[in-house]
Design a protein around this ligand. Structure first.
Ligand SMILES: Nc1ncnc2c1ncn2[C@@H]1O[C@H](COP(=O)(O)OP(=O)(O)O)[C@@H](O)[C@H]1O
Ligand SMILES: C[C@@](O)(CCOP(=O)(O)O)CC(=O)O
Length: 788
């Protein structure tokens, strides 16, 4: 079964850059995430890395990887693998050419691969000797004793760095670091015998200071550790604290590959989630991490300047400045450290005190933000666009702004003044838009690394096919919610198992969880219990089987009995309806809820959004027709339909809906002007695509409904019917069919026969039998006429 993990982005509130040189920093996770899906591949397959957001699709034959360069003490896979791999080139799956990166000559002690032009002169992340070990909490994880890494290296291993540089020498420079980090961790944590594809999606702006690389590294470390049985994988939710330590430490190595000289704060916060006060350990020591449990909710906005930059280069730039002006730069680092200390005091002030004087608390925090930014400017890591953000926010009098992360572009954060109105923020957003920036609100303190539920398997196609972030989130919001039947809260229920015939020919392969959930539901339904736990139980089962009609129906009963806010239920249904839009149970449930709520205001918009993705889905159309009929929402339907038909004149569902809204709105026929409008519309649509059956059928429908003789359409058909004189024309089988019917009305049976012959033999042979059948019916018409 595929494994899906995710990790949050982060935002450094205070202390970036200086933290690399040993001072403290404060960071919080934010509500944007990276996702990694591991899909098993048959033995012998290549290992594949797919990052569609980066246009990266690479695959390597497992035996081509430099397994022999993995330090034996740590390289679990190397232990299992034995022999060395060569340095054959990666295959670029799906793309034929990969431009050559120029690699800076890597010195023997280099800790990181650098692409040409990079001025990295880092000395941190120094490789340690192969035998040295660093004790980690790994020993206390629930990992398999036989394979658990006993020690996580604290730096990159130069021989492996060189081997990977050589292996990846032909890779697109834009993909080099990602591929390097991937293979570095893969070689340490995976085994040759279990090839897999690693698919990555992310809602985090890339290279914008929000830790996209750390979120990726954390996902990678977690996925490899879980997938290879090094740590126990939770069914869903966060891994154990001990497992998180291991993930964090391996993710740090991923960051070394991507960054060169990371402090470790990014991987720490992206693993743990929440908020953290972080200080890098002195050489050989572990970092000091103080998690801040009751992190106050800071009113904060983020603004993306879209100015691209690379963390590695900016970190190297600060290191170079420190090297050339140590006595000037050291006090700047110390001043940054002091802002962190002050900010930490403020942020950990008790909430009760906070409410007492929120305004001055925010203002003090804001001043520290300003000071910290100024110090970063002095280190040379701001950018004119970041200064522009600061200027616009300052002029708008909304609060205090600083760059976040490595700077040089990317994002800025603004701590909002107390009492800033929504209106002021909208104005600000507009001003940012004019500058080409995007402002967005985020929630601080999102959960850390997590495994996503396994009962509604997210397929590779759906994962990769999600076009927008919203699609991706919709896909993931239908994940499994765990229920624990042994926590005491279900002790009063005696589950009722399903009584299947023990001799049944084809027993349904229910999972244990599904069987258990259903047994509890039967018992709850028998008791007619309409409680919160019953509602949770329905969600538990729906996540495993969203097509279970009874569960939806019982859920509706619970909601009605307990006076739940039905608007919340609409929100709950949305991702299910989007993801399983051909599931009629979900649409029926939505209908039940709307019927009760009597508020269809969001329904036309909602169905329009889903129809955009699947414009011929009749489940949605049927539901939409019900909404229109039930609440008399006919007015704007024509405009909606015309838009769809403009996009695709062959959309038979839209034509059908047009007929419905024209002729089913009232019991009597519509006015003549409306009928004429519809005839004209259909006639005008024919030349666009004469072989499209929709407008022909539409016209037939109107003529039938209004009792108008089809003969009036003769001149419309003629240009698309082959002439007796054999002249070339654009033939339309639909026009020929209609014309044959007209010939019959005109008693020109011979002509009709000829048309059917032509259709059967030449113009529509796929329906040969149908045309022959129609011709045979003509003989009856003919002889009936003769008999008369
Ligand atoms: N979702 C992702 N998948 C693969 N690689 C990623 C992803 N996100 C980031 N990266 C890697 O990290 C690099 C950006 O890192 P960095 O410059 O530190 O920016 P950030 O501040 O967002 O972490 C990208 O160029 C890419 O190599
Ligand atoms: C500049 C630094 O302090 C933060 C970098 O954050 P980001 O990669 O820009 O998201 C570097 C580090 O701490 O590793």
């Amino acid at each position: 079964m595929a494994l899906l993990v995710s990790a949050p982005a982060k935002c450094i509130l205070f202390g970036e850059h200086a933290v690399v040189h040993g001072t403290s920093a404060i960071a919080a996770s934010i509500s944007l995430r990276a996702y990694l899906l591991v899909a098993a591949r048959p033995p012998g397959s290549a290992v594949q890395l797919l990052v569609p957001d980066l246009g990266l699709n690479l695959a390597w034959p497992v035996d081509s990887l430099p397994w022999s360069q993995v330090p034996v003490a740590r390289g679990l896979a190397a232990v299992a693998a034995g022999s060395s791999g060569g340095a054959s080139k990666p295959t670029t799956a799906g793309s034929s050419s990969a431009s050559k990166p120029t690699l800076a000559a890597s010195s023997s002690g280099a800790s990181k691969p650098t692409t040409a032009g990079s001025t990295t002169t880092t000395t941190a992340c120094k490789p340690t000797t192969a035998g040295s070990t660093t004790t980690t909490a790994a020993s206390t994880t629930t990992a398999k004793a036989s394979t658990a890494p006993s020690a996580v290296p604290s730096a990159l291993h130069p021989p492996l760095v060189r081997a990977l540089e050589s292996l990846l020498a032909g890779t697109d420079p834009n993909h080099f670091s990602t591929a390097f980090a991937f293979l570095y961790l893969y070689l340490h944590l995976a085994s040759r015998s279990s090839p897999a594809a690693f698919l990555v999606r992310s809602t985090i702006p890339l290279g914008a200071g929000l830790g996209s690389s750390a979120a990726f590294s954390v996902c990678l470390a977690a996925a490899l550790l879980f997938a290879n049985g090094h740590i126990a994988r939770p069914c869903t939710g966060p891994p154990s604290p001990a497992a998180r330590i291991l993930i964090d430490e391996w993710a740090f190595l991923g960051e070394c590959c991507l960054h060169g000289n990371p402090s470790g704060i990014d991987n720490a916060i992206c693993t743990a989630g929440g908020a953290i006060l972080f200080k890098k350990g002195a050489s050989g020591e572990k970092p000091r991490k103080t998690f801040i449990p009751d992190f106050p909710s800071i009113p904060l906005i983020l603004t993306n300047t879209f100015q691209s930059r690379q963390t590695a280069k900016l970190v190297a730039k600060v290191a170079a400045l420190r090297d050339s002006h140590p006595s000037v730069v050291a006090p700047v680092f110390n001043a940054i450290d002091a802002t962190v200390t002050q900010a930490y005091q403020l942020l950990t002030t008790s909430q009760t005190d906070l409410t007492a004087d929120r305004t001055s608390w925010t203002a003090r925090l804001g001043q520290l933000i300003d000071i910290n930014h100024g110090l970063l400017v002095s280190l040379g890591v701001s950018h004119p666009k970041l200064e522009k953000v600061k200027e616009v926010a300052h002029k708008g009098n909304v609060g205090w702004t600083k760059l976040t992360g490595a700077g040089g572009g990317g994002c800025a954060i603004t701590v909002l003044r107390d009492g800033v109105t929504r209106e002021a923020l909208r104005v600000l957003e507009g001003k940012f838009l004019i500058e080409g920036f995007e402002m967005f609100e985020v929630v601080l303190g999102d959960k850390g690394v997590a495994v996503h539920g396994a009962y509604t398997p997210i397929t590779e196609a759906a994962f990769l096919g999600a076009k927008t972030h919203k699609d991706l989130l919709a896909l993931l919001s239908t994940e499994h919610k765990p229920l624990n039947f042994t926590d005491g809260s279900w002790d009063d229920i005696i589950p009722i198992p399903q009584e299947d015939d023990p001799h049944s020919i084809a027993e349904i392969a229910y999972t244990q969880e599904y069987k258990q959930g259903m047994s509890y539901l039967r018992a709850i339904m028998e008791k007619e219990e309409f409680s919160d736990r019953a509602l949770d139980l329905t969600e538990y089962i729906i996540a495993m089987n969203p097509a279970h009609y009874t569960v939806w129906a019982y859920r509706a009963n619970i909601l009605f009995a307990s006076n739940e806010d039905l608007r919340d239920e609409l929100k709950y249904i949305e991702p299910w309806a989007e993801r399983f839009s051909k599931n009629y149970q979900i649409w029926h449930h939505r209908q039940t809820i709307i019927k009760n709520l009597r508020d269809p205001s969001g329904e036309l918009g909602f169905t329009a959004t889903i129809l955009k993705k699947d414009p011929k889905n009749y489940h949605i159309w049927t539901y939409r027709q019900w909404v229109i009929q039930e609440f008399s929402l006919w007015e704007d339907e024509l405009e909606f339909i015309e838009k769809l038909l403009e996009e695709d004149v062959r959309n038979n569902s839209a034509w059908n809906h047009r007929f419905y809204t024209t002729f089913f709105r009232q019991d009597k026929l519509p006015e003549n002007a409306i009928i004429q409008r519809e005839i004209d519309y259909a006639k005008a649509s024919i030349p666009i695509a004469p072989q499209n059956p929709c407008p022909w059928n539409y016209l037939r429908g109107i003529f039938e409904k209004t009792g108008t003789p089809l003969t009036e359409l003769e001149s419309l058909c003629r240009p698309y019917v082959p002439e007796d004189n054999g002249q070339e024309c654009l033939v339309s089988p639909q026009a020929m069919d209609l014309y044959a019917d007209i010939c019959v009305i005109q008693k020109n049976i011979q002509k009709a026969q000829l048309i059917y012959d032509l259709l059967a033999r030449l113009y529509d042979p796929i329906r040969e039998n149908y045309w022959k059948y129609k011709k045979s019916q003509l003989t009856k018409v003919d002889s009936a006429a003769e008999a008369v």
